[in-house]
Design a protein. Structure first.
Length: 198
């Protein structure tokens, strides 16, 4: 007699399909989400194994629940989060962007701010999970509407840095290897694979 085997549901996947060069948006009701060179390409998960498909799904849901449109771009010529976020903010019709590195580090930016400034920064990528990404999307959309939302509550773990520092450094180096120095930002479409319903 054989025992039935149970199979895990398929993991969420996402592919970023290039549409063309990223241009400045004219819609005041959009947030540009800018992804780093290796996001959903060389890497498929954050530093704590949240699938990039789930990250994008939650981030976009948070934006769209506020009645705002999410537009995705990939920045290929840098893996610096402030630069990625600032480029996106200048391309956003609302002037608001969310920049994200493959490991999960995230920033909400505004085009009027200096590159190294931001509206909200989420530097401890090991502490970011799906609900936090949804809240980040919601806050970005509220900024796009001219509102002043309460900052997304962030957890703080003093041990996260020493515990994850070696892996973060390795992921950072791998991200830099994916840089294409002479390529401008491109607009992309998220194509979700099996297991993304729900």
């Amino acid at each position: 007699m054989t025992t039935p085997t149970t199979t895990a549901p398929p993991e969420r996947t996402v592919t970023l399909r290039e549409i063309g060069p990223a241009r400045r948006g004219s819609r005041p009701d959009e947030v540009v989400v800018a992804l780093s060179p290796a996001f959903a390409g060389h890497f498929s998960k954050t530093i704590v194994d949240v699938p990039h498909a789930e990250v994008l799904r939650q981030l976009m849901a948070g934006i769209e629940e506020q009645g705002v449109t999410a537009r995705l771009i990939r920045v290929r010529d840098t893996a610096d989060l402030a630069a990625i976020s600032h480029i996106a903010a200048r391309l956003s019709g609302s002037g608001i962007s969310v920049g994200m590195l493959s490991r999960g580090t995230t920033m909400i930016h505004q085009k009027d701010l200096a590159r190294l400034s931001n509206l909200e920064l989420f530097p401890q990528s090991p502490l970011l999970d799906a609900p936090v990404f949804r809240m980040i999307g919601s806050n970005a959309a509220q900024y796009a509407k001219g509102e002043s939302p309460q900052p997304v509550p962030t957890r703080n773990d003093q041990m996260a840095r020493p515990r994850w520092q070696a892996k973060a450094a390795l992921l950072h180096l791998k991200e830099f290897e994916c840089i294409e120095a002479d390529r401008g930002p491109v607009e992309v479409e998220a194509v979700f694979g099996p297991g993304t319903a729900g």
